[in-house]
Design a protein around this ligand. Sequence first.
Ligand SMILES: Nc1ncnc2c1ncn2[C@@H]1O[C@H](COP(=O)(O)OP(=O)(O)OP(=O)(O)O)[C@@H](O)[C@H]1O
Ligand SMILES: [Mg+2]
Length: 477
Amino acid sequence: MASIRWKILLAFFLIVGISFFVAATSLTGLVSQYLFDQRKRDDSLKTEKLAIDAAYYFQSVSANELNELLEDHAATMDGRLMLIDNDGKIQYDTFQTLCGQRVQVDEVLRVLAGEKEAYNIHSPGKAIVEAMSGERGAEYVAYSAREIEGYQGRIGVALYVGRVQKLMDSLKSVRVQLLSIFAMIAVAALVVALILSRILTNPITAVSRTMRKMGKGDLSVRVPVRGSGELRELAENYNTMAAQLESLDKSRNQFVSNASHELKTPLATMKILLESMIYQPDMPEEVRVDFMKDMNHEIDRLTGIVTDLLVLTRLDNKEDMKRDCVDMSELTLETIRMLTPAAEQNHQVISEDVEGGLYLYGDRSKLNQIIYNLMDNAIKYTPEEGTISVSLREEDGDIVWRVKDNGVGIPKEDQEHIFERFYRVDKARGRDTGGTGLGLSIVKQMVKMHGGSISVHSEPGKGSEFVVTFPQEGETP
Ligand SMILES: Nc1ncnc2c1ncn2[C@@H]1O[C@H](COP(=O)(O)OP(=O)(O)OP(=O)(O)O)[C@@H](O)[C@H]1O
Ligand SMILES: [Mg+2]
Protein backbone atom coordinates (compact mmCIF):
# COMPACT_ATOMS: atom_id res chain seq x y z
CA MET A 1 0.00 0.00 0.00
CA ALA A 2 1.70 3.20 -1.16
CA SER A 3 -0.46 5.52 0.92
CA ILE A 4 1.08 8.56 2.54
CA ARG A 5 0.48 6.96 5.92
CA TRP A 6 2.68 3.98 5.18
CA LYS A 7 5.33 6.20 3.69
CA ILE A 8 5.45 8.29 6.87
CA LEU A 9 5.53 5.13 8.92
CA LEU A 10 8.37 3.62 6.94
CA ALA A 11 10.37 6.85 6.87
CA PHE A 12 10.05 7.36 10.60
CA PHE A 13 10.90 3.77 11.37
CA LEU A 14 13.91 3.76 9.03
CA ILE A 15 15.28 7.02 10.41
CA VAL A 16 14.93 5.99 14.05
CA GLY A 17 15.99 2.38 13.38
CA ILE A 18 19.05 3.20 11.30
CA SER A 19 20.25 5.96 13.62
CA PHE A 20 19.90 3.76 16.64
CA PHE A 21 21.54 0.83 14.91
CA VAL A 22 24.52 2.96 13.88
CA ALA A 23 24.75 4.43 17.39
CA ALA A 24 24.56 0.98 18.99
CA THR A 25 27.20 -0.56 16.71
CA SER A 26 29.65 2.26 17.15
CA LEU A 27 29.07 2.25 20.90
CA THR A 28 29.77 -1.48 21.10
CA GLY A 29 32.84 -0.99 18.94
CA LEU A 30 34.14 1.76 21.20
CA VAL A 31 33.46 -0.19 24.39
CA SER A 32 35.16 -3.34 23.08
CA GLN A 33 38.10 -1.35 21.80
CA TYR A 34 38.49 0.31 25.17
CA LEU A 35 38.27 -2.95 27.10
CA PHE A 36 40.67 -4.71 24.71
CA ASP A 37 43.18 -1.92 24.93
CA GLN A 38 43.02 -1.93 28.70
CA ARG A 39 43.46 -5.66 28.83
CA LYS A 40 46.31 -5.56 26.40
CA ARG A 41 48.06 -2.88 28.45
CA ASP A 42 47.60 -4.92 31.64
CA ASP A 43 48.80 -8.15 30.10
CA SER A 44 51.79 -6.49 28.44
CA LEU A 45 52.81 -4.88 31.73
CA LYS A 46 52.54 -8.19 33.57
CA THR A 47 54.50 -9.99 30.88
CA GLU A 48 57.12 -7.28 30.91
CA LYS A 49 57.49 -7.62 34.68
CA LEU A 50 57.76 -11.38 34.32
CA ALA A 51 60.39 -11.00 31.57
CA ILE A 52 62.45 -8.63 33.70
CA ASP A 53 62.17 -10.81 36.83
CA ALA A 54 62.93 -13.96 34.87
CA ALA A 55 65.96 -12.51 33.07
CA TYR A 56 68.36 -12.99 35.94
CA TYR A 57 67.41 -16.58 36.77
CA PHE A 58 67.12 -17.52 33.13
CA GLN A 59 70.67 -16.42 32.53
CA SER A 60 72.01 -18.16 35.58
CA VAL A 61 69.86 -21.21 34.81
CA SER A 62 68.72 -21.71 38.37
CA ALA A 63 65.73 -23.92 37.69
CA ASN A 64 64.22 -24.00 41.15
CA GLU A 65 64.14 -20.29 41.62
CA LEU A 66 62.74 -19.86 38.18
CA ASN A 67 59.99 -22.35 38.82
CA GLU A 68 59.13 -20.59 42.04
CA LEU A 69 59.15 -17.24 40.34
CA LEU A 70 56.85 -18.53 37.63
CA GLU A 71 54.47 -20.04 40.18
CA ASP A 72 54.34 -16.73 42.07
CA HIS A 73 53.60 -14.77 38.94
CA ALA A 74 51.10 -17.32 37.66
CA ALA A 75 49.19 -17.11 40.95
CA THR A 76 48.67 -13.38 40.54
CA MET A 77 48.22 -13.42 36.80
CA ASP A 78 45.54 -16.12 36.49
CA GLY A 79 47.06 -17.86 33.51
CA ARG A 80 49.82 -20.03 32.18
CA LEU A 81 53.37 -18.83 31.97
CA MET A 82 56.18 -20.15 29.82
CA LEU A 83 59.75 -19.26 29.18
CA ILE A 84 61.15 -20.10 25.76
CA ASP A 85 64.73 -19.99 24.71
CA ASN A 86 66.14 -18.34 21.63
CA ASP A 87 65.71 -21.59 19.68
CA GLY A 88 61.99 -21.59 20.34
CA LYS A 89 62.14 -24.48 22.74
CA ILE A 90 59.99 -24.27 25.87
CA GLN A 91 62.19 -24.33 28.93
CA TYR A 92 59.71 -23.65 31.69
CA ASP A 93 55.95 -24.13 31.73
CA THR A 94 53.71 -23.63 34.74
CA PHE A 95 51.59 -26.54 33.51
CA GLN A 96 54.76 -28.65 33.05
CA THR A 97 53.30 -30.31 29.94
CA LEU A 98 55.20 -28.71 27.10
CA CYS A 99 58.77 -28.50 28.48
CA GLY A 100 61.39 -29.19 25.82
CA GLN A 101 58.91 -28.85 22.98
CA ARG A 102 58.65 -26.30 20.21
CA VAL A 103 55.30 -24.72 19.66
CA GLN A 104 54.33 -22.66 16.65
CA VAL A 105 52.86 -19.76 18.63
CA ASP A 106 52.78 -16.86 16.24
CA GLU A 107 53.41 -14.21 18.93
CA VAL A 108 56.53 -16.08 20.13
CA LEU A 109 57.81 -16.45 16.57
CA ARG A 110 57.37 -12.71 16.03
CA VAL A 111 59.42 -11.90 19.13
CA LEU A 112 62.03 -14.45 18.06
CA ALA A 113 62.10 -12.70 14.70
CA GLY A 114 63.03 -9.44 16.36
CA GLU A 115 59.93 -7.72 17.75
CA LYS A 116 60.10 -6.59 21.36
CA GLU A 117 56.63 -7.81 22.22
CA ALA A 118 53.57 -9.32 20.54
CA TYR A 119 49.99 -9.59 21.67
CA ASN A 120 46.84 -11.18 20.31
CA ILE A 121 43.54 -12.60 21.38
CA HIS A 122 42.45 -15.94 19.92
CA SER A 123 38.92 -17.20 19.65
CA PRO A 124 37.99 -20.67 21.01
CA GLY A 125 39.58 -23.46 19.04
CA LYS A 126 42.16 -21.18 17.42
CA ALA A 127 44.59 -21.23 20.33
CA ILE A 128 47.52 -23.61 20.19
CA VAL A 129 48.26 -23.55 23.88
CA GLU A 130 45.49 -23.71 26.40
CA ALA A 131 45.28 -21.24 29.25
CA MET A 132 43.85 -23.76 31.64
CA SER A 133 44.83 -27.37 31.70
CA GLY A 134 42.37 -29.66 30.02
CA GLU A 135 40.18 -26.94 28.60
CA ARG A 136 41.86 -26.34 25.33
CA GLY A 137 39.71 -24.78 22.66
CA ALA A 138 36.88 -23.89 25.00
CA GLU A 139 37.73 -20.32 25.74
CA TYR A 140 39.09 -17.11 24.35
CA VAL A 141 42.75 -16.80 25.21
CA ALA A 142 45.25 -13.95 25.00
CA TYR A 143 48.90 -14.52 24.07
CA SER A 144 51.25 -11.94 25.38
CA ALA A 145 54.86 -12.58 24.38
CA ARG A 146 57.87 -10.47 25.34
CA GLU A 147 61.55 -10.81 24.89
CA ILE A 148 63.73 -11.56 27.90
CA GLU A 149 66.69 -9.26 27.74
CA GLY A 150 70.08 -10.39 28.95
CA TYR A 151 73.34 -8.48 29.03
CA GLN A 152 73.99 -9.25 25.39
CA GLY A 153 70.56 -8.88 23.96
CA ARG A 154 67.64 -11.28 23.86
CA ILE A 155 68.06 -14.50 25.74
CA GLY A 156 64.57 -15.86 25.38
CA VAL A 157 60.85 -15.15 25.26
CA ALA A 158 58.35 -14.93 28.10
CA LEU A 159 54.86 -16.06 27.13
CA TYR A 160 51.78 -15.38 29.14
CA VAL A 161 48.67 -17.27 28.10
CA GLY A 162 45.81 -15.38 29.75
CA ARG A 163 42.16 -16.14 30.12
CA VAL A 164 40.03 -13.50 28.47
CA GLN A 165 36.75 -15.38 28.56
CA LYS A 166 35.34 -13.02 31.21
CA LEU A 167 36.13 -10.03 29.06
CA MET A 168 34.49 -11.66 26.07
CA ASP A 169 31.48 -12.62 28.17
CA SER A 170 30.95 -9.10 29.45
CA LEU A 171 31.31 -7.78 25.89
CA LYS A 172 28.74 -10.28 24.75
CA SER A 173 26.35 -9.24 27.47
CA VAL A 174 26.85 -5.56 26.53
CA ARG A 175 25.98 -6.52 22.95
CA VAL A 176 22.92 -8.48 24.03
CA GLN A 177 21.75 -5.62 26.22
CA LEU A 178 22.22 -3.09 23.47
CA LEU A 179 20.41 -5.36 21.05
CA SER A 180 17.44 -5.76 23.35
CA ILE A 181 17.31 -2.00 23.96
CA PHE A 182 17.47 -1.59 20.19
CA ALA A 183 14.57 -3.99 19.74
CA MET A 184 12.56 -2.19 22.40
CA ILE A 185 13.27 1.20 20.83
CA ALA A 186 12.37 -0.18 17.42
CA VAL A 187 9.01 -1.37 18.71
CA ALA A 188 8.46 1.97 20.46
CA ALA A 189 9.42 3.80 17.26
CA LEU A 190 6.98 1.68 15.33
CA VAL A 191 4.18 2.49 17.75
CA VAL A 192 5.02 6.21 17.76
CA ALA A 193 5.24 6.15 13.95
CA LEU A 194 1.84 4.48 13.77
CA ILE A 195 0.26 7.09 16.02
CA LEU A 196 2.08 9.95 14.30
CA SER A 197 1.15 8.81 10.82
CA ARG A 198 -2.45 8.49 11.90
CA ILE A 199 -2.44 11.99 13.40
CA LEU A 200 -0.81 13.38 10.26
CA THR A 201 -2.97 11.63 7.72
CA ASN A 202 -6.32 11.81 9.48
CA PRO A 203 -7.07 15.37 8.32
CA ILE A 204 -6.11 14.44 4.75
CA THR A 205 -8.35 11.39 4.85
CA ALA A 206 -11.15 13.57 6.21
CA VAL A 207 -10.77 16.04 3.34
CA SER A 208 -10.72 13.23 0.82
CA ARG A 209 -13.81 11.62 2.37
CA THR A 210 -15.64 14.95 2.29
CA MET A 211 -14.60 15.56 -1.30
CA ARG A 212 -16.00 12.18 -2.27
CA LYS A 213 -19.32 13.02 -0.61
CA MET A 214 -19.40 16.42 -2.30
CA GLY A 215 -18.60 14.77 -5.59
CA LYS A 216 -21.72 12.66 -5.13
CA GLY A 217 -23.77 15.83 -4.85
CA ASP A 218 -24.04 16.56 -1.13
CA LEU A 219 -22.78 20.14 -0.98
CA SER A 220 -23.54 20.60 2.70
CA VAL A 221 -20.73 18.37 4.03
CA ARG A 222 -17.76 20.04 5.71
CA VAL A 223 -14.36 18.87 6.91
CA PRO A 224 -13.89 18.95 10.70
CA VAL A 225 -11.26 21.61 11.42
CA ARG A 226 -8.73 20.34 13.95
CA GLY A 227 -5.11 20.78 14.92
CA SER A 228 -2.94 23.57 13.62
CA GLY A 229 -0.67 24.54 10.74
CA GLU A 230 -1.02 23.57 7.09
CA LEU A 231 -3.52 20.77 7.64
CA ARG A 232 -5.85 23.09 9.56
CA GLU A 233 -5.45 25.62 6.77
CA LEU A 234 -6.24 22.93 4.21
CA ALA A 235 -9.47 22.04 6.05
CA GLU A 236 -10.45 25.68 6.45
CA ASN A 237 -9.74 26.54 2.84
CA TYR A 238 -11.62 23.49 1.69
CA ASN A 239 -14.62 24.45 3.82
CA THR A 240 -14.57 28.00 2.48
CA MET A 241 -14.56 26.62 -1.04
CA ALA A 242 -17.39 24.22 -0.20
CA ALA A 243 -19.44 27.03 1.36
CA GLN A 244 -18.88 29.13 -1.75
CA LEU A 245 -19.99 26.28 -3.98
CA GLU A 246 -23.04 25.62 -1.84
CA SER A 247 -24.07 29.25 -1.84
CA LEU A 248 -23.54 29.44 -5.62
CA ASP A 249 -25.68 26.38 -6.06
CA LYS A 250 -28.38 27.83 -3.80
CA SER A 251 -28.42 31.17 -5.57
CA ARG A 252 -28.57 29.41 -8.92
CA ASN A 253 -31.59 27.41 -7.76
CA GLN A 254 -33.14 30.55 -6.30
CA PHE A 255 -32.55 32.38 -9.55
CA VAL A 256 -34.16 29.68 -11.65
CA SER A 257 -37.16 29.43 -9.34
CA ASN A 258 -37.58 33.21 -9.18
CA ALA A 259 -37.27 33.54 -12.93
CA SER A 260 -39.83 30.82 -13.58
CA HIS A 261 -42.18 32.43 -11.12
CA GLU A 262 -41.82 35.84 -12.76
CA LEU A 263 -42.47 34.33 -16.18
CA LYS A 264 -45.45 32.37 -14.95
CA THR A 265 -47.37 35.38 -13.63
CA PRO A 266 -47.85 37.22 -16.95
CA LEU A 267 -48.53 33.92 -18.70
CA ALA A 268 -51.27 33.07 -16.18
CA THR A 269 -52.83 36.53 -16.60
CA MET A 270 -52.79 36.16 -20.39
CA LYS A 271 -54.37 32.71 -20.16
CA ILE A 272 -57.24 34.05 -18.04
CA LEU A 273 -57.82 36.94 -20.46
CA LEU A 274 -57.67 34.64 -23.48
CA GLU A 275 -60.03 32.07 -21.97
CA SER A 276 -62.51 34.80 -21.11
CA MET A 277 -62.42 35.90 -24.74
CA ILE A 278 -62.82 32.32 -26.00
CA TYR A 279 -65.69 31.40 -23.73
CA GLN A 280 -67.54 34.72 -24.03
CA PRO A 281 -67.86 35.20 -27.77
CA ASP A 282 -70.52 37.86 -27.28
CA MET A 283 -68.28 40.01 -25.11
CA PRO A 284 -68.77 43.73 -25.67
CA GLU A 285 -66.25 45.18 -28.10
CA GLU A 286 -64.74 47.72 -25.58
CA VAL A 287 -64.11 44.95 -23.05
CA ARG A 288 -62.46 42.80 -25.72
CA VAL A 289 -60.20 45.71 -26.73
CA ASP A 290 -59.34 46.29 -23.04
CA PHE A 291 -58.46 42.60 -22.65
CA MET A 292 -56.27 42.74 -25.74
CA LYS A 293 -54.48 45.83 -24.39
CA ASP A 294 -53.93 44.03 -21.09
CA MET A 295 -52.53 41.06 -22.97
CA ASN A 296 -50.26 43.33 -24.93
CA HIS A 297 -49.07 44.84 -21.66
CA GLU A 298 -48.33 41.37 -20.27
CA ILE A 299 -46.40 40.49 -23.42
CA ASP A 300 -44.35 43.65 -22.97
CA ARG A 301 -43.66 42.63 -19.39
CA LEU A 302 -42.63 39.13 -20.47
CA THR A 303 -40.34 40.57 -23.11
CA GLY A 304 -38.86 42.91 -20.50
CA ILE A 305 -38.17 40.07 -18.07
CA VAL A 306 -36.68 37.84 -20.73
CA THR A 307 -34.48 40.70 -21.96
CA ASP A 308 -33.27 41.40 -18.41
CA LEU A 309 -32.59 37.71 -17.80
CA LEU A 310 -30.60 37.52 -20.99
CA VAL A 311 -28.61 40.60 -20.01
CA LEU A 312 -27.88 39.08 -16.59
CA THR A 313 -26.74 35.73 -17.94
CA ARG A 314 -24.48 37.47 -20.42
CA LEU A 315 -22.98 39.50 -17.59
CA ASP A 316 -22.52 36.30 -15.58
CA ASN A 317 -20.67 34.74 -18.46
CA LYS A 318 -18.40 37.80 -18.37
CA GLU A 319 -18.93 38.29 -22.04
CA ASP A 320 -16.44 40.66 -23.57
CA MET A 321 -16.96 44.28 -22.69
CA LYS A 322 -16.58 46.74 -25.47
CA ARG A 323 -14.23 49.55 -24.58
CA ASP A 324 -14.66 52.99 -26.09
CA CYS A 325 -14.15 56.56 -25.12
CA VAL A 326 -17.73 57.40 -24.08
CA ASP A 327 -18.97 60.96 -23.87
CA MET A 328 -20.74 60.70 -20.51
CA SER A 329 -22.22 64.21 -20.69
CA GLU A 330 -23.88 63.49 -24.00
CA LEU A 331 -25.02 60.04 -22.89
CA THR A 332 -26.66 61.46 -19.74
CA LEU A 333 -28.50 64.20 -21.63
CA GLU A 334 -29.67 61.67 -24.20
CA THR A 335 -31.14 59.39 -21.51
CA ILE A 336 -32.84 62.37 -19.81
CA ARG A 337 -34.38 63.28 -23.17
CA MET A 338 -35.52 59.72 -23.71
CA LEU A 339 -37.22 59.46 -20.30
CA THR A 340 -38.71 62.96 -20.17
CA PRO A 341 -42.01 61.89 -21.80
CA ALA A 342 -42.49 59.16 -19.15
CA ALA A 343 -41.85 61.70 -16.39
CA GLU A 344 -44.18 64.19 -17.99
CA GLN A 345 -46.88 61.57 -18.11
CA ASN A 346 -46.57 61.41 -14.28
CA HIS A 347 -46.42 65.18 -14.08
CA GLN A 348 -42.92 64.91 -12.71
CA VAL A 349 -40.11 67.35 -13.32
CA ILE A 350 -36.61 66.25 -14.24
CA SER A 351 -33.94 68.72 -13.20
CA GLU A 352 -30.48 68.25 -14.66
CA ASP A 353 -27.00 69.33 -13.71
CA VAL A 354 -24.70 67.84 -16.30
CA GLU A 355 -21.07 68.94 -16.52
CA GLY A 356 -19.89 69.05 -20.12
CA GLY A 357 -16.91 67.28 -21.65
CA LEU A 358 -16.70 64.31 -19.28
CA TYR A 359 -15.44 61.13 -20.89
CA LEU A 360 -15.09 57.60 -19.59
CA TYR A 361 -13.35 54.65 -21.16
CA GLY A 362 -16.04 51.97 -21.09
CA ASP A 363 -18.94 50.15 -22.71
CA ARG A 364 -21.43 52.69 -24.05
CA SER A 365 -24.54 50.51 -24.01
CA LYS A 366 -23.85 49.29 -20.49
CA LEU A 367 -23.27 52.80 -19.18
CA ASN A 368 -26.51 53.81 -20.88
CA GLN A 369 -28.36 50.97 -19.21
CA ILE A 370 -27.03 52.02 -15.78
CA ILE A 371 -28.36 55.58 -15.94
CA TYR A 372 -31.53 54.43 -17.68
CA ASN A 373 -32.41 51.90 -14.96
CA LEU A 374 -31.70 54.38 -12.16
CA MET A 375 -33.86 57.08 -13.76
CA ASP A 376 -36.54 54.55 -14.61
CA ASN A 377 -36.72 53.59 -10.91
CA ALA A 378 -36.79 57.23 -9.83
CA ILE A 379 -39.73 57.90 -12.13
CA LYS A 380 -41.48 54.67 -11.15
CA TYR A 381 -41.12 55.13 -7.38
CA THR A 382 -41.95 58.83 -7.21
CA PRO A 383 -45.55 59.97 -7.02
CA GLU A 384 -47.04 62.52 -9.39
CA GLU A 385 -45.75 66.08 -9.17
CA GLY A 386 -42.44 64.75 -7.83
CA THR A 387 -39.01 65.94 -8.82
CA ILE A 388 -36.19 63.85 -10.16
CA SER A 389 -32.76 65.38 -10.33
CA VAL A 390 -29.94 63.92 -12.34
CA SER A 391 -26.38 65.16 -12.08
CA LEU A 392 -23.08 64.25 -13.69
CA ARG A 393 -19.97 65.75 -12.21
CA GLU A 394 -16.28 65.20 -11.79
CA GLU A 395 -15.47 64.82 -8.10
CA ASP A 396 -11.90 64.26 -6.90
CA GLY A 397 -10.97 62.88 -10.28
CA ASP A 398 -13.89 60.44 -10.33
CA ILE A 399 -16.91 60.66 -12.59
CA VAL A 400 -20.04 60.71 -10.41
CA TRP A 401 -23.68 60.20 -11.32
CA ARG A 402 -26.35 61.16 -8.82
CA VAL A 403 -29.99 60.26 -9.41
CA LYS A 404 -32.21 61.76 -6.74
CA ASP A 405 -35.96 61.74 -6.25
CA ASN A 406 -38.45 62.81 -3.61
CA GLY A 407 -40.45 59.63 -3.94
CA VAL A 408 -41.47 56.79 -1.62
CA GLY A 409 -37.94 56.07 -0.39
CA ILE A 410 -36.53 52.72 0.73
CA PRO A 411 -36.62 51.43 4.33
CA LYS A 412 -33.18 50.95 5.92
CA GLU A 413 -33.54 47.17 6.22
CA ASP A 414 -34.28 46.84 2.50
CA GLN A 415 -31.42 49.04 1.33
CA GLU A 416 -28.81 46.28 1.54
CA HIS A 417 -31.02 43.90 -0.47
CA ILE A 418 -32.27 46.04 -3.34
CA PHE A 419 -29.23 45.08 -5.47
CA GLU A 420 -30.10 41.39 -5.21
CA ARG A 421 -31.82 39.71 -8.10
CA PHE A 422 -35.64 39.79 -7.98
CA TYR A 423 -35.66 41.81 -4.76
CA ARG A 424 -38.54 44.27 -4.51
CA VAL A 425 -39.35 46.35 -1.46
CA ASP A 426 -43.09 46.36 -1.88
CA LYS A 427 -43.94 43.20 -3.75
CA ALA A 428 -47.53 44.14 -4.55
CA ARG A 429 -46.75 47.65 -5.73
CA GLY A 430 -43.77 46.44 -7.68
CA ARG A 431 -45.96 44.20 -9.73
CA ASP A 432 -48.42 47.02 -10.47
CA THR A 433 -45.67 49.16 -11.84
CA GLY A 434 -44.27 46.23 -13.74
CA GLY A 435 -41.03 45.82 -11.78
CA THR A 436 -39.26 42.47 -11.66
CA GLY A 437 -36.48 43.41 -9.25
CA LEU A 438 -33.72 42.83 -11.80
CA GLY A 439 -32.92 46.43 -12.74
CA LEU A 440 -30.62 47.27 -9.82
CA SER A 441 -28.78 43.93 -9.88
CA ILE A 442 -28.00 44.59 -13.55
CA VAL A 443 -26.86 48.10 -12.63
CA LYS A 444 -24.62 46.85 -9.84
CA GLN A 445 -22.97 44.26 -12.06
CA MET A 446 -22.35 46.75 -14.84
CA VAL A 447 -20.95 49.36 -12.45
CA LYS A 448 -18.60 46.68 -11.08
CA MET A 449 -17.46 45.79 -14.59
CA HIS A 450 -16.36 49.40 -14.99
CA GLY A 451 -14.46 49.30 -11.73
CA GLY A 452 -16.95 51.66 -10.11
CA SER A 453 -19.16 51.58 -7.03
CA ILE A 454 -22.80 52.34 -6.26
CA SER A 455 -24.43 53.47 -3.05
CA VAL A 456 -27.90 54.45 -1.94
CA HIS A 457 -29.11 57.07 0.53
CA SER A 458 -32.80 56.97 1.21
CA GLU A 459 -35.45 57.73 3.76
CA PRO A 460 -38.96 56.34 3.47
CA GLY A 461 -41.42 59.02 2.48
CA LYS A 462 -38.72 61.55 1.66
CA GLY A 463 -36.95 60.11 -1.33
CA SER A 464 -33.83 58.30 -2.48
CA GLU A 465 -30.50 59.15 -3.96
CA PHE A 466 -28.38 56.70 -5.93
CA VAL A 467 -24.71 57.61 -6.38
CA VAL A 468 -22.52 55.90 -8.95
CA THR A 469 -18.79 56.59 -8.87
CA PHE A 470 -16.37 55.64 -11.64
CA PRO A 471 -12.67 56.07 -11.14
CA GLN A 472 -11.34 57.53 -14.36
CA GLU A 473 -8.18 55.50 -14.24
CA GLY A 474 -7.50 51.99 -13.18
CA GLU A 475 -10.87 50.49 -14.10
CA THR A 476 -10.74 46.75 -13.81
CA PRO A 477 -10.89 45.04 -17.17
N1 LIG B 1 -35.70 55.33 -6.59
C1 LIG B 1 -36.30 54.42 -5.83
N2 LIG B 1 -37.19 54.79 -4.88
C2 LIG B 1 -37.79 53.89 -4.11
N3 LIG B 1 -37.58 52.53 -4.20
C3 LIG B 1 -36.72 52.12 -5.14
C4 LIG B 1 -36.03 53.03 -5.99
N4 LIG B 1 -35.23 52.32 -6.80
C5 LIG B 1 -35.41 51.02 -6.48
N5 LIG B 1 -36.29 50.87 -5.48
C6 LIG B 1 -36.74 49.65 -4.83
O1 LIG B 1 -35.78 48.66 -5.11
C7 LIG B 1 -36.39 47.54 -5.75
C8 LIG B 1 -35.45 46.94 -6.74
O2 LIG B 1 -35.26 47.78 -7.85
P1 LIG B 1 -34.98 47.21 -9.26
O3 LIG B 1 -34.75 48.31 -10.20
O4 LIG B 1 -33.92 46.18 -9.10
O5 LIG B 1 -36.28 46.41 -9.57
P2 LIG B 1 -37.68 46.95 -10.15
O6 LIG B 1 -37.60 48.36 -10.48
O7 LIG B 1 -38.70 46.51 -9.16
O8 LIG B 1 -37.84 46.03 -11.45
P3 LIG B 1 -37.09 46.21 -12.84
O9 LIG B 1 -36.16 47.35 -12.70
O10 LIG B 1 -36.40 44.91 -12.99
O11 LIG B 1 -38.16 46.38 -13.82
C9 LIG B 1 -37.61 48.09 -6.35
O12 LIG B 1 -38.61 47.09 -6.47
C10 LIG B 1 -38.02 49.16 -5.37
O13 LIG B 1 -38.79 48.62 -4.34
MG1 LIG C 1 -36.08 49.07 -11.78
